[in-house]
Ligand binder design. Structure first.
Ligand code: ADP
Ligand code: K
Ligand code: ZN
Length: 437
């Protein structure tokens, strides 16, 4: 039997003209829907002097006002709901990484679309009905668990709703039930890999072949480590609660960015300061318009994720536009001693150049008027080897490389193995004590 390589071939390989026509048709309808049912949107549009009649195709998208997390907060919990509550069958909420939770509502149709988006991701990762999908994302209000769960059902995979935690038991289940695809956060995947080794097992003792990891930023170096420790191919998946959850975009076997399900979500990149739409290939803030959601349709939602889009031909045959790995949220960016620092820059140095494990933490504080900046990283044997011979030499070299990359000095603390807390969900990489005062 020929293996199915696309979940929805017509859409995933659609010609650009046809896709744009489909998006336009859906956008026009969606704008009318929010105008008619969400007074808050109508106000925003009126303030900008736009009415549904002004939106005739996706070329008019830029005329619409943006919506942001602040608008969601102001309308908490159901001020942006666009259907009667009796039409809704589910809610989810953000994990609240950056403040108060935002709530999203779903009709049955919204859930179906979401699960089909996830089914595309699972299929792109090689999943078929013969697979055993091990879902170790948290179940609950968080979209990770139920999102991957629903997609896995659609594909017809044997779905293991293990949820997160109890890592040794996870591995036991993998062995007993023959899990072939693991779904969790990348930091939890790294932890599972570490635990596998500690249990005296190797990737040959489990049947995993692929992993679908997302919900937090992770670097290419981290990908390599996870792939080695679990003996799998690791695929990225992206999404946010506000636009339904994971499955807004997914990676194919080329592993060079994630295809956006643009029949449901129109992506734009804007200059975060001016709001101006930037041309394809430029870096800026990712903005999504959900053109098929019924209950909670967001138009031009500012994700605060910093990203680049491209439409280069992909070897997988999909024509869906691709987004690069988000480089962290604009609000993950730390300003230390006046310099912009993304945690991912530090992760790259630690994992790539110093063979560290992804067990590190960045601690920032302010003493008097001066920022303090410390990088704690667990010391492992691998970090001291042929080129670096002692701990003090390692510290010096690491410190020098950080200055070179970031332009500022950090205190390097090489700490005992196991002293940095492991993550079963989204990892906490940064402790910014300046925010506590
Ligand atoms: P919260 O905003 O509270 O974290 P969500 O669980 O909805 O709530 O998280 C969505 C956010 O998670 C995205 O905006 C993005 O910053 C991050 N994210 C999701 N998937 C990925 C991914 N594959 N790579 C990097 N970041 C991701
Ligand atoms: K099955
Ligand atoms: Zn592709």
């Amino acid at each position: 039997m020929a293996e199915k390589i696309y979940w929805n071939k017509d859409i995933e390989t659609m010609e650009l003209d046809k896709m744009k026509a489909l998006q336009s048709e859906r956008l026009v309808k969606q704008v009318r829907h929010v105008w008619d049912h969400v007074p808050y949107y109508r106000d925003l549009m009126e303030k900008k002097g736009v009415t549904p009649d002004d939106i005739k195709s996706i070329d008019d998208l830029h005329k619409l006002p943006f919506i942001s997390k602040a608008d969601l907060r102001d309308n908490y919990p159901d001020g942006l709901l666009a259907v009667p509550k009796s039409e809704c069958v589910r809610i989810h909420a953000t994990s609240g990484t950056t403040g108060k939770r935002a709530i999203a509502f779903y009709t049955q149709n919204d859930v179906d679309i979401w699960e089909n988006c996830v089914a595309r991701a699972i299929t792109a990762a090689g999943g078929t009905k013969d697979d055993v999908v091990h879902v170790a994302y948290g179940y609950g209000l968080f979209t990770g668990g139920l999102g991957l769960h629903g997609g896995s059902h659609k594909v017809g995979c044997l779905t293991l709703p293990v949820s997160s935690g109890n890592t040794e038991r996870q591995i036991q289940f993998m062995q007993d039930l023959g899990s072939t695809i693991l779904c969790c956060t990348p930091s939890y995947a790294a932890y599972i890999g570490e635990t596998l080794k500690e249990m005296g097992l190797t990737p040959d003792d489990i049947k995993l072949k692929a992993g679908i990891f997302g919900a937090e930023p992770w670097t290419e170096e981290m990908r390599k480590q996870i792939e080695e420790s679990l003996g799998i191919k690791a695929y990225d998946i992206y999404g946010l609660t506000e636009t339904s959850g994971p499955g807004v975009a997914f990676e194919c076997e080329e592993q060079t960015g994630m295809h956006i399900n643009e029949d449901h979500f129109i992506a734009e990149i804007i200059d975060p300061d001016t709001g101006e739409v930037l041309p394809e290939g430029e870096k800026g803030e990712l903005v999504f318009t959900s053109i098929t959601k019924e209950a909670f349709p967001l138009l031009r939602y500012r994700t605060r994720d910093i990203c680049i889009l491209n439409r280069k031909k992909c070897s997988c045959g999909r024509t869906l536009i691709k987004m690069c790995k988000p480089m962290g949220r604009s609000d993950d960016m730390l300003i230390i001693k006046g310099v912009n620092v993304f945690p991912s820059q530090i992760e790259t140095v630690l994992l790539k150049d110093f063979k560290a494990q992804p067990n590190y933490q960045i601690v920032v504080d302010r003493i008097g008027n001066a920022d303090t900046f410390e990088i704690k990283v667990e010391l492992t044997d691998d970090m001291i080897g042929d080129t670096i011979k002692s701990v003090s030499e390692l510290e010096k070299k690491l410190s020098a490389d950080i200055v070179q990359i970031l332009g500022i000095k950090a205190k390097i603390s090489l700490v005992e193995p196991k002293s940095i807390p492991r993550s079963e969900g989204k990892a906490v990489r940064v402790i910014d004590k300046r925010k506590l005062v």
